[in-house]
Design a protein around this ligand. Sequence first.
Ligand SMILES: O=C(O)COP(=O)(O)O
Ligand SMILES: [Mg+2]
Length: 233
Amino acid sequence: MNVGASKRFRSPRAILFDLDGTLIDSAPDIAAAVNELLAGRDLPPLKVDQVRAMIGGGVMKLVERAFAASGSPLRGGALEEANRDMAPIYRRHLTGLTRLMPGVRQVLTHFHLNGTAMGVVTNKPQLATREILLHFHLTEYLGAIVGGDAVTKLKPAPDALLLALDQLQVEPHQALMVGDSISDVGAARAAGMLVALLRGGYTQVPVEELGADLVCDSLLDLPSAMQRLQAAA
Ligand SMILES: O=C(O)COP(=O)(O)O
Ligand SMILES: [Mg+2]
């Protein structure tokens, strides 16, 4: 990282968090929904580990990847129909098996107390996102919640990040994106934001190889890692 970027870590005015694989471990619920969708078409279930690797590109991508992995790839109208069928199924699997990632409440409280504005920016649909965040009592920390259907282009496009920053009234160069995948890095770069990635999320490519400004073992390490960068700047 260059010195300019280190200095910008000194006190980001806002932090935007990705959801799946960053704040929550939702793969078991998403796999349950995918398997219900596949079962409805007489297709065999996928393993949670397989489904975990399909998360991060939005629901349509997930459905496309799931049918391809089950040996019955879908395209065009058939894919759109399966995507439509997925919506009510997914709404029944939002929180039953989903857990917060380690340290979420502690770290959000830390940033809340030091006056950092926070938002969530995810490729998951808006209503599902809000319901999950309400379930875990996280909405009180968040000044912006932007789901994939709130904008025309999903991450790695910058649209959702810029909308969230607009709602928080913070400029991109004063803000940090925290995520788990290549979509988060691409979106942050396109928005002009710094980006930190967490290990242990949903990514096919090791996070060290994605060109983030900072890589942490978990969310719990983020505040101290940011302080170390500030000290070095
Ligand atoms: O792909 C999704 O639906 C959501 O994934 P994200 O929260 O990591 O953006
Ligand atoms: Mg993610």
